[in-house]
Design a protein. Sequence first.
Length: 331
Amino acid sequence: MSLSQGELEVATTELAIAPAEEAIQGRSLRQIAWRRLKQDKVAMAGGVGIVVITLVAVFSSVLVKLYGQPPGKFNSDLTSIDTNMPMGALGGASSSHWLGIEPVNGRDILSRLIAGSRTSLMIAVSAMILSLILGLAAGILAGYYRGTVDAVIARVLDVLLAFPTLLFALALLAIFGQSSGFLGMTGQTLNFAVVIFVLGFFGFAYLGRIVRGQVLSLREKEFVDAARSLGASDWRIITREILPNLVGPVLVWVTLTIPTYILGEAGLSFLGVGVQEPTASWGKMLSDAGGFFQIDVMYLVWPGLVLFLTVLSFNLFGDGLRDALDPKSTR
C-alpha cells in the first residue's frame, strides 16, 4: 500500500516531533535546587572546603601518623633555652615541622591543627544535633497544636533567646571544671559533654522559632486538610506531611549553625573554660598564642587562618543553599 504525498509529510513531521516531546521531562524541586546550587561557584567552593575539613577531621589520626609528628609530643630541644621561643624563621618551620612549633614546649603546630579539627567538628556537630532535636520538637508542637501549648513554648523560647548565654556558660563550665564527676562522666568526657550541652541547649531556640513559623503555615495547606479528612493521626500528618516540607529550612539552618558552634567552642576554649589540655583545640591554641604573638606571630596566624577558612566555607555554602532552595531568589 502506497502513501500519498500529504500522508508522507504528516508521518515525517510526527516522527521528527516525537523524540523532542519524549526528551521533555519534568524536574523535581530537589533537582531544580541542585542545578541552581551547582551554578553558584562561590557556594560550591565553600562546599569543597567543608568536604576537605570534614575528611581531615575524620581521618585526623591517620594523617597525624603519616605526618610523623604526634600532637602531644614535646620538642623542647627545638626551642631556645634563653627565650623558650622556636629556633629558626617562621616559628621554627622546617621539613620536619611544616608550620613550625609552639613556644616553650615545641609541639608541632600542624599536627595540633589536624587534631583540633576533630575536636571542633565533633563538638559542633554534636551540639547541632542536640539543637536540631529540641528545636524541631518545640517548633512542631507549638506550630501544630497552637493554643496553650504554643503560648507556653513561645515564652520559653523567648526566655532562652534573651538569656545571657555566655555568662551562664562560663559559670556552668567553671563549676563542672572543678567537679570530680557527674552522671558517670569524668575528666575530658565530662568537659566535652558540658560544652556540647551549653552550645546545643541555648541554641535550639532559634530553630524552634523558624520551625514554628513554618508549621503554622503548613498546617493550613490543602494536603494537610486532605490527610486529616482521610482520618490520618497527628503523628502521621507531622511525620509524613509536615516534616518533609521542613527539610529545606532545616538544611540551611544546619549549614549556618555548625560554624557558629565551632566559633562558640573556640571562644569558650579561648576563655579557658572549654576544651582543656592535652586535647588539641583551635580556640585553646589561639588563647595560648595570645602571650607570644608579638614575638612569634605565626603561632597566632595558623589556628586563626584555619578557623577563619572553616567558618567561611560553611557560611558560603549555607548562603548558596538558601538561595538555591528559595524559588523567589534571582541570585
